[in-house]
Design a protein around this ligand. Structure first.
Ligand SMILES: [Zn+2]
Length: 498
């Protein structure tokens, strides 16, 4: 997609079109129990094992709001600079589906718990939030078992917050940046683990296009995108599809208000159903639940739980540790990584080195089968242990390469550095006699290199370092090797007739 001033340039006509995009993000709150009952929720538990009369919608069962969910929702709102309503209300959103036994979902309609706030993008644009509301998730219908549809109600009643932006987004890249920033905030506040593979973050996109200076046109909704990459691809495809439809000047092809699904295999969106309007759901206040009251003391308590947020942390890393914006960005993109980094520094590791080791080694291990590491926070390595390895390398006890091997071994076995250095024979050789032996061996037959070094081309020495290190099994101290080579070359008698 070609972007000029955020406009889309039609490949067919060269005309400019302005995309108008809004995002609705459903995020699962990381509470111990569900939104209105005491059932615990764990992803992947045996079907229908985590249910009770409330979340399966039995007659007479009464919901009670989970205060932990309210607390996490409020913290999210505070982190996003939104205003929390002192009084909000739960409503029933009526629709029929087999994964919704009550026949309605408890949500918030015209009195959500929070309004306003937003996220600043790097290009200076600000994506405003219209609102965030709390609601319960539905169960799961499983359709791929022959003739039958199976229903698992474990997820029914799991707390969600849905954040809705104003249509301030104009490109796929902006949408992805917004989502990444939102995810960071949700993770930092501890509100959600945002595990998209487990469905704890899902995104709907509203999108339309119009020529510059003209009114907005019909918007189309793309539902249930479960990866940032798909969000980007779906937006790009949909902009191109809508523009092509308008430029065909065939009104029967013009976009209609509808819900579409993105098909990642084919890289396109297709129509799912006509879009419901709010009145189709016959929203009504839920008579089983009292109004939600949030007072100043509650707000203050939640604010006290807010950590330093990613943007502030990035800025501090640049100032306090002298890191580049890129390094600070990588380290703060996940709270677990940022916390780990700071703990390494507290344990005596130098910031720049700690940052390099985390980025070049530790972060690359995520997804490593051998280490069995799916997420960074599962790492079996203490920050003090990384600080120790960094220190061993800095003091020259072990080589950089050996340090990498050692770290990996520590993460794998959980055993201490000192023991492993011995066991794996990683300690650098500083013994002048042995180093001289290797250097002499490496110099044999290298008259050309020797002559070059004598002629003042010190870079020629590098050709000898490899062979020496190889002879030493990678353990010779490089500084000593350099000095020894130079001394040996200086001591050698120059040939009489060069
Ligand atoms: Zn329950």
């Amino acid at each position: 997609m070609k972007l000029v001033d955020s406009a889309y340039v039609s490949p067919k006509t060269g005309k400019r079109w302005i995309p108008v995009i809004g995002l609705e993000v459903h995020c699962q709150l990381k509470t111990r129990t569900k939104l209105f009952c005491g059932c615990e929720y764990t992803f992947g538990a045996s079907p229908n094992s985590l249910t009770c009369p409330v979340c399966t919608g039995q007659p007479g069962a009464l919901p009670v709001l989970n205060e932990e969910a309210l607390a996490l929702a409020v913290r999210t709102a505070q982190a996003l600079g939104a205003e929390v309503a002192s009084e909000s209300r739960f409503d029933r959103k009526n629709y029929f589906y087999c994964d919704l036994p009550k026949g309605y979902q408890i949500s918030q309609f015209d009195r959500p718990y929070c309004k306003g706030g937003g996220i600043a993008l790097a290009n200076g644009r600000f994506v405003r939030l219209a609102r965030i509301h709390m609601e319960e998730d539905a169960g799961k219908a499983i359709h791929d078992r022959g003739d039958a549809t199976l229903v698992d109600l474990n997820r029914a009643g799991v707390p969600l917050i849905e954040s809705v932006t104003e249509a301030d987004i104009q490109s796929a890249a902006d949408a992805q940046e917004y989502l990444a920033a939102l995810k960071e905030i949700l993770q930092y506040t501890g509100a959600s683990d945002c595990d998209m593979e487990k469905g704890s973050l899902r995104c709907d996109v509203n999108i339309s296009v119009h020529p510059p200076g003209e009114p907005w046109r019909t918007k189309v909704e793309i539902k249930n995108l479960n990866s940032f990459r798909y969000v980007g691809a779906a937006i790009e495809h949909e902009i191109a599809r809508q523009v092509a439809a308008y430029e065909s000047e065939d009104p029967s092809r013009y976009p209609v208000q509808e819900t579409r699904l993105y098909d990642p295999q084919r890289g396109e969106t297709r129509s799912m159903r006509g879009k419901e309007s709010a009145h189709d759901y016959r929203y009504m206040p839920d008579p089983d639940l009292p109004l939600v009251h949030v007072d100043a003391a509650f707000l203050e308590r939640q604010r006290a739980h807010l950590p330093e947020l990613p943007a502030a942390r990035r800025e501090r890393y640049e100032k306090q540790y002298g890191l580049t914006p890129t390094d600070a960005g990588v380290l703060t993109s996940e709270r677990a990584v940022a916390d780990f980094f700071e703990a390494v520094v507290r344990a005596g590791g130098r910031a720049k080195e700690a940052s390099n080791w985390i980025q070049n080694e530790l972060l690359r291990w995520v997804g490593d089968q051998e280490l069995g590491l799916e997420r960074f926070d599962e790492l079996q390595l203490r920050p003090s242990e990384l600080a120790e390895v960094v220190d061993l390398v800095e003091r020259g006890t072990i080589q950089n390469q050996a340090g990498r091997k050692l770290l990996r071994e520590m993460a794998k076995s959980g055993r201490p550095a000192k023991v492993l250095v011995q066991e794996l024979g990683l300690e650098q050789v500083q013994d002048a006699g042995r180093i001289e032996e290797w250097c002499r061996a490496a110099l044999v037959g290298k008259e050309k290199v020797i002559a070059d070094v004598r002629a003042g081309k010190e870079a020629a020495l590098n050709a000898l370092l490899g062979p020496v290190l190889k002879l030493s099994g990678g353990k010779a101290n490089v500084q000593l090797v350099r000095e020894t080579l130079k001394r040996l070359i200086a001591e050698t008698e120059p040939p009489l007739n060069p």
